[in-house]
Write a protein that binds this ligand. Sequence first.
Ligand SMILES: [Zn+2]
Length: 564
Amino acid sequence: MSRPHSELSEPGPLKKNALRVTPLGGLGDVGRNMTVFEHDGRLLIVDCGVLFPEDHHPGVDLILPDFESIRDRLDAVEALVLTHGHEDHIGATPYLLRERQDIPLVGSQLTLALLTPKLREHRLKETAQHVVKEGDRISFGPFHLEFVAVNHSIPDALAVAIRTGAGLVLHTGDFKMDQLPLDNRITDLNAFARLGDEGVDLFMVDSTNAEMPGFTVKEREITPVLDRVFHQSKNQRIIVACFASHVHRVQQVMDTAVAHKRKVAYVGRSMVRNMGVARDLGYLNVPPNTLVDAKELANFPPERTVLISTGSQGEPLSALSRIAQRNHNFVHIEENDTVVLASSLIPGNENAVYRVINGLSRWGANVVHRGNALVHVSGHASAGELLYCYNIVKPRNVLPVHGEIRHLRANADLARATGVPNDRVLIAEDGVVVDLADGKAKIVGKVPCGYVFVDGSSVGDVSETLLKDRRILGEEGFISVIVVVDSVSGKVAGGPEIHARGYAEDDTVFDDIKAPIVEAINAALREGVDDPYELQQTIRRVTGRWVSNRHRRRPMIIPVVVEA
Ligand SMILES: [Zn+2]
């Protein structure tokens, strides 16, 4: 490891024949993946995803990568390559296109098909879309791209090889190495090996599961578990919640439903939309007479139905959360219904998911989840698979991507273990700039790269300071103190009038603080202080100290001084 990233400054100009790699998201967090490549004065972007907010981002809908460092160079962008259709890889695309609408988009058929409705939602015009598949080669300016099939928790995912005058970069996107996937489309290790023989100068590798030893369990292992759950739930309704993009998971549920002579209905807007797209394009096989509209479910006995629902992460407005609260329009949870959460538990969502499980349990439902049955497998390569990749690709330099810092470090350890020299395994976080020059990758600086918050219709207006205010309002409450000052007599002439939120609704709560405030203001006036701002600071100080002593809290205090 070299210097801490916080000490880095903006990098100098890029050397001729060098390639600059700047991650603007996804290195340090699981989400908002985005990387900018620069060569010969031109830019190529790989992925443009969102990060979902956590409890300490009150009111925030989405978090975007920070486009600031490329904002004045968007004209130089040759293309945006999307590796696969997950939200954390495509979700911020409309926000980038808002800034320059005609950036050519490159991705597989399913990836671009999942993106299109989003562009429509944002009222963006259709831009040039280049549908590519594994084996395809296409060039944009000085970037010569080749696509490689990878297996992941969504069909049609691609790794991308980028050839420039500076060498060959292989970016895995998200991937795993399931050897028996449902669509028989495995990660193309032949291509990895061929590129390795050609010489991979920089290998950018998915780190999400680098801490997990061994190999990721194959998707098909879920089938017998689902089958058992269906057997045990013979006389009841079954609801399965999973990600609305996990086509293969939905396929397994659907196949199991058919085997058990049940009809299937989708619940949740994104599930209906995405599975419609997947079916139309041939990624999802829906047997005839299987699918019914959720509103028609009432026509079938519950034990003849399966609902496939969104909301596996406990999202409060999702179908499953509403079902758990018994306020869903047409799904009424009953005692002994079975609910399967066939999904991962994304860190940060634990409380929300447990709330849903408890809600369902309260009505007497049986809840099956990854904590008590093998109903989920990961979409990412574990350490064993990553070691294989390093040995096959034999990269000259390695940059772990996609993960929190601990995942990046674990991945870096794996690269080193296979013999990649220590100084050629780089740990970079968002905004850290890596130059590939003369076959060696080096950290050369850092560009500004903060969180960009989407809040309702505003993008980027919400700052960290504003969020801090929201957290204080939420956790500590609010007190306003109004004092009227007579500038002639130099004395308090009215008030203090105190209003508060988040404190006991008892008019006398703040009685004890009124006299000290008047005293402090009068004392300040006697000393000749007449600047309203300074008087307000006095009120803030006296009130803050009192609330802290009396209530052990640090509320937001809004002092107002009115001159009479
Ligand atoms: Zn993914």
